[in-house]
Design a protein around this ligand. Structure first.
Ligand code: 2RA
Length: 330
């Protein structure tokens, strides 16, 4: 299958290449796409070198599928052009996520809705993906009423410049700033811009995307998203109120049985999910599973995942794998 990766030189784009190779996706020809200034650069993929082309060039090469992680403006401009040329787009930007005509997919949660008509498919926000993977089996069993989530998000969610700011600050270098404040030895309770309602865009993404992916607007969600000086992945404290009561061991068993979830929950041995252990992995890690003793039918969880992998690249590749399995591409 001819596969284009649009934004191939970025953090997520290069992770997409890694995941495509690791999961042995049936790539017969890779088309790495980046901006004009990267045109002609060589990218190695599975031992072969490929030259970077522009998005316009890539359309002419007619890939079967194009994985986009090149920002909202590039997706807005080029995803429709790729789709018109018959190329299926899986887009990691926020450009199409809340478009009612576009599907927002986490394969293990709502992959069943994909059809041949879907030519632009949106990959959800990283902090949303890891949460809905955990919500799905619990919602089916106990019916979720409300979710309160606080996130602790890696600087890799912002990109290369943010990782550099963190490393510079650690080295005592006064370099370029990706954040309005120091990030090392600090936390910043702001991810993306503030909205009129006092929430940030990241918080509103978690709220709105969750209802769309879960196909249930009755689930009430509130979020506080925070940036922390960590590299390996996003962590989330998730409090879930259910319609029906639950048995704690049954919750553990339910989560452990879910493909893509690993339960790490042994406080007696100080075992719980941490970003350093999730880094480079594709699973969602869940621990600190316990009742909220302040309210009936309510559960506390700690959820960790590598935001560049399951939170972005791996989820996008898993969507492509599902399309391939359904014979909708390739
Ligand atoms: C972040 N979820 O962590 C956002 C976008 N990747 O910055």
């Amino acid at each position: 299958m001819k596969v284009a990766v649009v934004g191939a030189t970025g953090l997520v784009g290069s992770e997409m290449l890694t995941v495509l190779a690791e999961r042995n996706f049936p790539v017969t020809e890779l088309i790495p796409v980046a901006s004009e200034r990267s045109k002609g650069k060589e990218i190695e993929f599975k031992g072969k070198k490929y030259k970077v082309v522009t998005a316009q060039d890539a359309i002419a090469l007619k890939p079967d599928v194009a994985l986009f992680s090149a920002g909202g403006s590039t997706s807005t401009e080029f995803a429709p052009l790729f789709a018109e040329a018959g190329i299926t787009v899986i887009d990691n930007s926020s450009a199409w996520r809340m478009d009612p005509s576009k599907k927002l997919i986490v394969p293990e949660v709502n992959g069943d809705v994909l059809t041949a008509e879907d030519k632009i498919i949106a990959n959800p926000n990283c902090s949303t993906i890891q949460m809905v993977v955990v919500m799905k089996p619990l919602h089916e069993k106990y019916k979720i009423k409300r979710v309160v989530v606080s996130t602790y998000q890696s600087v890799t969610g912002t990109g290369v410049a943010a990782v550099k700011q963190l490393n510079d600050e650690r080295a005592g270098i006064d370099g370029e700033k990706a954040y309005p404040h120091q990030i090392d030895l600090n936390v910043i309770p702001q991810i993306d811009v503030f909205q009129d309602n006092g929430y940030t865009k990241e918080e509103m993404k978690m709220i709105k995307e969750t209802n769309k992916i879960m196909r249930d607007d009755s689930i009430r969600v509130t979020a506080t998203t925070v940036r922390i000086p960590v590299i390996g992945g996003h962590s989330e404290s998730v409090n879930i109120e259910f319609e029906n009561d639950f048995d704690l061991q049954e919750v553990r068993d339910l989560l452990a049985a879910q493909e893509g979830i690993i339960v790490v929950d042994n406080p007696a041995k100080l075992e719980y999910p941490m970003p350093k252990d999730a880094h480079g992995k594709d699973e969602v890690f869940v621990g600190r599973i316990r009742r909220d003793e302040s309210q009936d039918k309510t559960l506390n969880l700690w959820v960790v995942a590598d935001n560049l992998r399951k939170g972005a690249a791996t989820n996008a590749v898993q969507v492509a794998e599902l399309l391939h399995k359904k014979q909708l591409i390739g």
